[in-house]
Design a protein around this ligand. Structure first.
Ligand code: AQP
Length: 325
């Protein structure tokens, strides 16, 4: 049976990009294999973050997982920091990834480019090492991610090859699984940059008031011309809205284009806004019922117990292979 693992960092208010690229799909995996979904709270420390915000955001993400249809009976939900094997395995694995390759990671380059170059945390640089530990600790074969995270899965694969060449078949080879539609949702105010939770411009946040969401979509940047066709080079704004529509409807981009063949930009935007508001309205109602109950704590208690058991087995295997046991 396939093992599936994914997670989200509690680094900001989640966006429609996180919803389409990650959250919405997680529930499809829980029926096809043994699924582990976590909150990457240790990863959140790689850039400055307020403790109270981290605490609240972590609890929110668990509630989002449940509101998005994850069933704790079918999948294991946990916080990365509460399964100490993640940190223990990362300490071992850091010896099998090299500084040259970590230096080439796009996410590292993007996040560190505007920082004081003498004050870049080691954790930010070593982010892919901890991510490799997250994946390998559960023998995960499948790692559902948005496009921007595939490079980190690739470097994990390099690590597995290197490690297994030296010690035998100890680590399981993971594979990134990317959505066909919606692997990279772009900012509504600047459709040439990714919609990101740490960049508030033009983002639709999952807990935004529904009227605000509608307004943001109606005022999304569009392109010259009047045709509603997918062309991300020449029509990035319309292409982004088509992607959002198709991903939420779970149809192909060409089917979405066909629906709007005779429509004007205004009508098309209204249809996208109606769809997003309906989807997020129902999602928000489920979220508020969960966040105001003790469900989050109950789910984490059970999930973390199970995650520790599995993680300990794999950590033990690695410790034995390298000679620590
Ligand atoms: N715009 C997006 N389109 C599609 N998928 C996206 N993801 C993020 N943004 C988009 C996917 O969401 C998951 C959560 O990722 P993460 O929290 O580990 O961090 P990230 O990829 O760095 O996401 P953000 O929103 O851009 O966070 P910040 O701003 O903190 O860096 C991943 O599967 C990601 O691909």
């Amino acid at each position: 049976m396939a093992r599936i693992l994914s997670g989200i960092k509690p680094t900001g208010r989640l966006t429609l990009g996180n919803y389409i690229g990650a959250l919405k799909n997680f529930k499809n995996f829980q029926d096809s294999g043994e699924t582990f979904i976590f909150v990457a709270d240790l990863h959140a420390l790689t850039l400055p973050i307020e403790p109270e915000f981290l605490r609240t955001n972590t609890r929110d993400i668990v509630a989002f997982y449940l509101a998005a249809g994850l069933d704790p009976e079918k999948c294991t939900l946990f916080r990365q920091s509460q399964v100490s094997q993640h940190a223990e395995l990362a300490i071992i694995l850091q010896n099998y990834l090299y500084m040259g390759e970590l230096n080439r990671m796009t996410q590292f380059k993007e996040k560190s480019q505007n920082m004081n170059q003498n004050a870049i945390g080691l954790g930010l640089f070593a982010y892919p090492v901890l991510m490799a530990a997250d994946i390998l600790l559960y023998d995960a074969n499948i790692v559902p991610v948005g496009e921007d995270q595939t490079q980190h899965v690739e470097i994990t694969r390099d690590l597995v090859k290197r490690f297994n060449n030296r010690y035998g078949e100890v680590l399981i080879m993971p594979e990134a699984r990317i959505n066909k539609v919606g692997k990279r949702i772009m900012s509504l105010s600047n459709p040439t940059v990714k919609m990101s939770k740490s960049d508030p411009k033009g983002d639709v946040f999952l807990l935004d008031d529904l009227k605000v969401i509608r307004k943001k979509i109606m005022s999304a940047v569009t392109d010259s011309g009047s045709e509603i066709i997918y062309d991300d080079e020449n029509k990035p704004g319309i292409s982004n809205l088509l992607t959002i529509y198709a991903a939420l409807k779970e149809i192909s981009i060409s089917d979405a284009e066909a629906l709007f063949i005779d429509a004007r930009y205004g009508d098309f935007k209204k249809a996208v806004a109606d769809l997003v508001v309906a989807e997020l309205g129902a999602f928000q109602a489920r979220y508020y019922a969960i966040i105001n109950s003790s469900q989050v704590e109950d789910v984490l208690n059970a999930g973390e117990k199970k995650a520790r058991q599995i993680a300990q087995g794999v950590l033990h295997r690695v410790q034995k292979a390298v000679g620590l046991l």
